[in-house]
Design a protein around this ligand. Structure first.
Ligand SMILES: [Mg+2]
Length: 414
């Protein structure tokens, strides 16, 4: 079998309300590039890439000269073909490699009549549990709804999500407001949803001593872990020495070199595997194996997925024995999806692993067309800018926090 064509279509799908994070904001939508890899046997595999609110259509088009004629079954070679470590010093293609790997696995599953999780060793679970992913949000500029800024709004949003989807673990994305205010928010959540589990992620923007203070303040909460309180393995190691709580990362252990460094001198207890950051589902499975050997826990990271990427996260979650915590997904913030049948459903806080051949999801071409047109109308957005703080540059460590009393609504196209 040979690859004959690659198509990339950038789409934008609205989210309920703009999501605020330590480095900026998701401006009311996710921008994702859908990849279709076609073969001489008529099979089409699906991939997805996002990040930065930008289109990646041209970058995928440029890969055609590498991939046309390549056998999609030669997955191990693909890594050197697209993301050779030396060439990557000049043109980092790990994210694109991931999207192509998803598509090739999808093709192979369709050809062999098995799901991707069967190719990867077989399922250990049929459903993958998820945490509620709680963000501070601006109100939706269109209808004025969905703001999460006050403690009351945050608790209400968590309770609504729990009721609607059955989550029993809750992640709060912080690093937006002063740490003392976010501590109050986190404590209020833990109080309101007693018996559930919690995790906090300020996206590395705290100073080391702030992280140690916060970590010690939340010790009595039933924490899964404290995620990326500071940047860098050395900083994480220092926090870990002073705070008796598991530390997790999706930031400083995102490749095998960093994983080796963490095995040799532990700084992080839980490695959050991202099928895009690691360059595909298979590298994540390999990394989970290394983690199992060295008694490190793993969970599944979310970088803002539509249904194709979500399927990769589900197949990954299905096959790794040491999935010790609920996975993360931005998915419940989306208002729609580009796959047939609409959004995959949560039941009791979990999503069933798709059962069809390959990734088990198909494109709804009408929706792809509609959200491609929406992307063309609205364009990209600056993931690392806040629409209401034009003069603000997010620093690490940060000391320029947003004001929790500021109830303005950004004027952004919706
Ligand atoms: Mg994180």
């Amino acid at each position: 079998m040979k690859i004959t064509d690659i198509r990339a279509t950038t789409v934008t799908v609205p989210i309920e309300a703009p999501l605020r994070h330590a480095n900026g904001c998701h401006w009311g939508r996710f921008v994702r590039t859908i990849v279709e890899v076609e073969t001489d046997e008529g099979l089409i595999g699906l991939g997805e890439m996002g990040g930065g609110g930008e289109s990646a259509e041209a970058a995928f088009r440029a890969l055609k000269s590498y991939l046309v004629g390549h056998d999609p079954a030669r997955l191990e070679e693909l890594r050197f073909l697209i993301a050779n470590p030396t060439a990557s010093l000049y043109n980092n293609r790990a994210l694109m490699l991931a999207a192509i790997e998803f598509a090739c696995l999808d093709i192979l599953g369709q050809k062999w009549g098995v799901s991707v999780s069967e190719i990867l060793g077989g399922r250990l679970r049929e459903r993958v549990p998820f945490a509620s992913y709680l963000f501070f949000r601006y109100a939706n500029p269109h209808d004025g709804k969905g703001e999460v800024r006050t403690i009351e709004q945050l608790v209400e949003s968590a309770q609504t999500l729990k009721e609607r989807y059955g989550f029993t673990s809750h992640k709060l994305k912080g690093g937006v407001f002063p740490p003392k205010y976010e501590l109050e928010c986190y404590r209020a959540l833990a109080e309101a949803l007693e018996g559930d589990r919690f995790r906090f992620d300020p996206n590395v923007v705290w100073a080391t001593e702030t992280a140690i203070w916060f970590g010690n303040e939340i010790r009595k909460i039933r924490n899964d872990y404290l995620e990326d309180p500071v940047f860098g393995l050395t900083g994480m190691r220092h926090v870990r020495e002073k705070v008796r709580m598991p530390l997790a990362t999706n930031t400083v252990v995102v490749n095998f070199e960093q994983l080796a460094a963490n095995v040799l001198n532990r700084a992080v207890d839980v490695v959050l595997l991202d099928t895009t950051f690691w360059g595909g589902i298979r590298p994540c499975v390999k990394a989970a194996g290394v983690c199992e050997t060295f008694q490190l826990d793993v969970a599944v990271h979310s970088s803002g997925e539509l249904g194709i990427q979500l399927a990769t996260m589900l197949h990954l979650g299905a096959v790794i024995p040491n999935l010790s915590f609920a996975a993360d997904a931005h998915y419940h913030h989306l208002t729609d999806d580009i796959i047939e049948g609409g959004k995959l459903k949560y039941e009791q806080g979990a999503i069933a692993v798709p059962s069809g051949p390959g990734l088990g999801v198909k494109l709804d071409h009408d929706k792809v067309g509609a959200y491609r047109d929406l992307y063309r109308r609205l364009g990209s957005y600056a993931y690392d800018r806040d629409p209401l703080r034009p003069g603000w540059t997010p620093m690490i460590p940060n000391d320029r926090w947003a004001d929790p009393m500021d109830a303005r609504v950004p004027k952004i196209p919706y």
